[in-house]
Design a protein around this ligand. Sequence first.
Ligand code: FRU
Length: 491
Amino acid sequence: KQQYYTEKYRPQYHFSPEKNWMNDPNGMVFYEGEYHLFYQYHPHGTTWGPMHWGHAVSKDLVSWEHLPIGLAPDEHGMIFSGSAIVDWNDSSGFFEGKSGLVAIFTHADTYPETNRARQRQSLAYSKDHGRTWIKYVGNPVLQEEYISDFRDPKVFWHGETNRWVMVVASGQSIRIYTSRNITSWEFASEFGEEEGSHQGVWECPDLFELPVDKDPNQKKWVLFVSIGDDPSLPEGSRTQYFTGEFDGKTFVNDNSPETVLWIDHGRDNYAGVSWSDVPNKDGRRIYIGWMSNWRYANVTPTKEWRSALTLPRVVELQSTEEGIRLVQKPVQEMQCLRVDHKSFQKEEVKPGANLLENVKSNTFEIIAEFELTKATEFGFKVCKGANEETIVGYDVKNQRVFVDRSHSGEAAFHNAFAGKHESKLVPENNKITLHIFVDQSSVEVFGNQGQVVITDLIFPSEEHKEIELYVKEGDVILQSLEFYTLKSTWR
Ligand code: FRU
């Protein structure tokens, strides 16, 4: 009996659509025991096309059940990105005094007279746990005639001011609106014209509050802003974040306007936003991103489907010498995929030896702690075939963690794909930890408890199960290494 995906490059434990094209994750909400995941979906092809919301649900964020399409285009246009919330107290009046789900999304079409792009915010609601959706008769509920890029509403409840808040991307800024009933919205403020990176159109904002260093008395607001692909830069589309204060109406950036903070240093984590209504007792802020890049998303070498999502990740804030920074970790639920365990302790790793010689896998997790000694570089060569490998390494002198996918396999589909992506990572007590997830077509690296993340797609085309622990020009001390084969979430 089949227990895993058989298609070439199909991720075994990352979410991918059953067939056809997917981009941004949308409308993530937890409601009565289920995590909902919607996503930008083109059901009639493997490239971007008229957008629908695809739908899946999960009880554990690990294995997903595909459901029929949630939202399809209508007389107001295509269904672009957006969010969903639980309307607990029926403030919308949609639910006869009970609770239910409301989706807030962008309707995208063109002005009939001029053919100029028109993007307006609309609602749909569900009384049956997201299985069927009713479009609100008063759609659209929010439009600004003069703004053509006006999309991706993220809505949340702001307890202190007793209002719903919506953040919407509008060209080179974020506009913030408030509402008491989800159907009528009032402009509150605008953020960002002069702050952060403006190397592409602003998209997919998210705004939420987090404790700093797990201290509930010290909190900050985090604003995610994705920025679209600009052909003049190598990176393509990527996501930045801001930290600051929010009073229910206005976001004030803590950092200087020219500070730019990236959530990921790889190329394939875009349009990420967080789950709404995750229970308070849980207290986690969980987000998921689209594991691709607009630069080449439409031409990646898969057949039946195109694109996958990152692992769901918990985000936290940590104070550092440079200021308050985001850290991310894979949700701990992923641990249920571990099927095979190998463990190493206090090994002196020397050039030329490969501790993982007998380990073969292409869907696995590694947690390794290294103590720096003489080596100038060390790390793992994963998905190794005769002529292919992906390197997850640490460059000791320059204090940089990197993923090198220059020779990772198929790359000719786009000239921007091959390459090495890196970030500064400072040792702590002379130690570096690397937490790595490898799936059939991706690598995610969490450096030093998630202070730095690199997410990259790879397309190893050969038989590629070899793993090498390598070190250059001297030894390094491996304090510990846990290796787990991860099973497929195929169902
Ligand atoms: C981001 C994005 C959104 C838009 C959607 C369209 O990747 O461009 O701004 O709503 O994709 O599919």
